[in-house]
Write a protein that binds this ligand. Structure first.
Ligand SMILES: [Cu+2]
Length: 338
């Protein structure tokens, strides 16, 4: 008993010390996530009740006095007993079926509710999964309003958003626990995820389907802004890259454009037009490097560019031999791409 109570005290202490607030999956930030969280609690309540009843029944049958030992074999105890046992088993099978039907119906109702949220869809954002980063494209407003970024989705709060999800290679899964359900990104198919966010904030997400070596380093963030702040973000991202300021940054741009970087990366406003890697036009405005594997600092950028394979072994960016002047100038250039 003493060990038991110590164990539960330890678990409680862990909860109080280690967790601030609920786990992300139970802390919804919008209607879709709220519905799913509601369903989770409903399932938990029903399953807890069933478990408690089973344990009570088990306890009761263990505690019940045994029939007096009259020497008869247990097999030919009175038929009245057998009939009551049949009734009990039938009733319990019926109850089990009822519980399953109730859970199925509630899951169905939640699914319908989620589908109805799709009503007044406003903004579509295209998300493409790549091994191991997220391409994010805004192309609702025609060619003049099209932009691409990576590993960061910006949305206005209170506006219905539809993500159209594709994959460039293998199956990935999009999951930001606080905004709603998970959805797979399947090659050759377009899936959708609809949501609205109520509170401004930064919501962390992660690829949730094993997709190869660096799957665990395929993080993303969703930033929900008040509408005017979102409009400012959007119009600053629409602009082509700033021209480099200062001799070092100019040398950096030259180095960037003369190296293999341009084969894979785009920097709008320069000849760099590679399409198979993250768009770097406003790289310095993002909060993370390499699908949020590292924070956006000069040191992290340097580590990544000097040797991507040391940071993220297997990532589809090869190591480029750069001398330290070249590396420093490229860093000076990229840091200005706000
Ligand atoms: Cu993955």
């Amino acid at each position: 008993m003493r060990t038991g109570s110590r164990l539960s005290a330890a678990i409680l202490a862990l909860f109080l010390a280690g967790c601030t607030g609920l786990p992300a999956g139970l802390d919804p930030a919008g209607p879709a996530a709220e519905m799913i969280t509601g369903l989770f609690w409903w399932f938990t309540a029903i399953c807890t009740a069933v478990w408690a009843l089973v344990v009570l029944g088990l306890g009761a049958s263990l505690l019940r006095a045994r029939p007096a030992d009259d020497g008869a074999s247990p097999l030919d105890r009175g038929s009245a007993r057998r009939i009551s046992a049949t009734r009990v088993v039938t009733a319990l099978v019926g109850a089990t079926a009822l519980v399953l039907v109730a859970l199925t119906i509630s899951a169905f109702i939640t699914g319908r509710g989620l589908a109805q949220l799709r009503g007044e869809q406003v903004r579509t954002i295209e998300i493409t999964g790549h091994q191991w980063w997220w391409e994010v494209r805004y192309s609702d407003g025609g060619p003049a309003e099209t932009l691409a970024t990576a590993n960061e989705i910006h949305v206005p709060v209170g506006e219905a958003v539809r993500l159209s999800l594709r994959s460039n290679d293998v199956i990935h899964s999009f999951w930001i626990p606080r905004i709603g359900g998970k959805q797979d990104l399947v090659p050759g198919q377009v899936n959708h995820l609809d949501f609205t966010i109520d509170k401004p904030g930064i919501y962390r997400g992660q690829c949730a389907e094993f997709c190869g070596f660096q799957h665990a380093h395929m993080g993303l963030v969703l930033v929900a802004h008040p509408r005017d702040e979102f409009e400012r973000w959007f119009s600053s991202q629409l602009k082509p890259a700033q021209a480099p300021r200062g001799a070092e940054a100019r040398a950096g741009q030259q180095a960037f454009l003369s190296r293999s970087c341009v084969m894979c990366h785009t920097v709008r406003g320069t000849p760099a037009g590679g399409k198979i890697a993250p768009d770097l036009t406003h790289i310095a405005s993002r909060s993370g490097v390499a699908a949020n594997t590292l924070p956006m600092t000069r040191g992290a950028l340097a580590a990544w560019i000097a040797d991507p394979q040391a940071v993220k072994p297997g990532a589809h960016m090869p190591r480029t031999e750069l001398d330290s002047d070249e590396l420093n100038s490229i860093l000076a250039y990229l840091e200005q791409l706000k």
